[in-house]
Ligand binder design. Structure first.
Ligand code: RUB
Length: 316
């Protein structure tokens, strides 16, 4: 890592890399706070050195996990005004933007929750995959509206993020049935909605989320259960408007199988992709803080929010 990067920021980058900090919204929040820390702790001699230091910090954070677009979107937002000619002016801009970003993120999740909750009826059962704070915001708002919601929670191998979801739902008073991933189709008969989050939403309405989401969506469509994606606009991927594709993170195979077992199996090739792509035809609604959208029309919102292009403040 670049030695201009503050030790606290390096720790955040490591925690994102090792998934102690995980989930697209949480990663974005941590990245914005890290830029803020770098700005407040910087002893750069002049404005140019400050700008270079913040770019190096953004690069360090950007290199941690490639799929969740909320991370580059957060870096872009916090570093959007680096025009001041003094260190103090630049520091203040970064601090103000980071604070504004974190406040907006929290508000967006609460607003999105209200929209998603309106889709849930009293007595509904949802099926979840992985752990998404955006998805849980919808359940929380529905519970606050006085609705009784139950949940079938997929454990989500190999990292078992379903356990976090089960715990959070229990804290909300939602009865939970925990199942292994391969039991999902069996239990789709019992659910009224599949509710998942997103790491990125592409301009064509494809949803990039935890590996297994696409198979779940295909099965849900076949069973007739609506698939709702809770994704604040921070998850919209501006690069996909100009033809870029989303990089799918491949993680360490040790998450799937330990070395001794691997040797015992004759050392097969192991693949561990963290995410997959669900085509828009398997998604019924993308729920954002700006309302709900059919996936095919999400590009209209993207154009409104990003125009036709975006900068990359972490570039040298
Ligand atoms: C997390 C995951 C979540 C999205 C949305 O994957 O796929 O569904 O990030 O989460 P990982 P949120 O555990 O590999 O980070 O709604 O909290 O942003």
């Amino acid at each position: 890592m670049d030695d201009r990067v503050h030790s606290e920021v390096r720790r955040t980058a490591t925690e994102i890399d090792t998934m102690e900090i995980r989930g697209a919204a949480t990663i974005a929040d941590a990245a914005a706070r890290a830029l803020r820390t770098q700005a407040t702790e910087s002893d750069a001699a002049d404005a140019e050195a400050f700008r270079a230091e913040l770019r190096a910090t953004a690069r360090t954070l950007h290199e941690t996990r490639p799929t969740a677009v909320s991370l580059p979107n957060a870096l872009r937002y916090v570093l959007r005004d680096m025009s001041s000619t003094t260190v103090e002016g630049l520091r203040q801009n970064v601090v103000d933007s980071a604070d504004e970003f974190c406040a907006r993120l929290e508000r967006a999740q609460a607003d999105l929750g209200q929209v998603g909750a309106n889709r849930l009826r009293d007595g509904d059962t949802i099926m979840t995959h992985c752990h998404s704070t955006d998805a849980l915001a919808c359940v929380e708002a529905a519970v606050e509206q006085g609705k009784h919601i139950e949940a079938v929670v997929k454990e989500t191998r190999p990292r078992n993020q379903g356990h976090i979801t089960a715990k959070r739902l229990h804290e909300l008073g939602v009865p939970v049935t925990l199942i292994v991933d391969s039991a999902a189709r069996r239990y789709l008969n019992d659910v009224d909605h599949v509710l998942v989050g997103a790491d990125a939403v592409a301009a064509d309405g494809s949803v990039i989320n935890k590996i297994g989401t696409s198979g779940l969506a295909v099965n849900a469509r076949e069973r007739g259960s609506p698939i709702m994606v809770a994704a604040q606009t921070l998850k919209l991927h501006p690069g996909t408007m100009t033809g870029h594709t989303v990089d799918i993170e491949m993680r360490d195979t040790a998450e799937v199988v330990d070395d001794d077992t691997l040797a015992d199996l004759g050392t097969p090739t192991v693949k561990n992709p963290a995410f997959d792509v669900t085509p828009p035809r398997y998604v019924d609604a993308i729920v954002t803080e700006r309302g709900q959208f059919p996936p095919e029309s999400i590009v209209i919102l993207m154009r409104e929010l990003f125009g036709e292009g975006t900068s990359e403040p972490w570039a040298e």
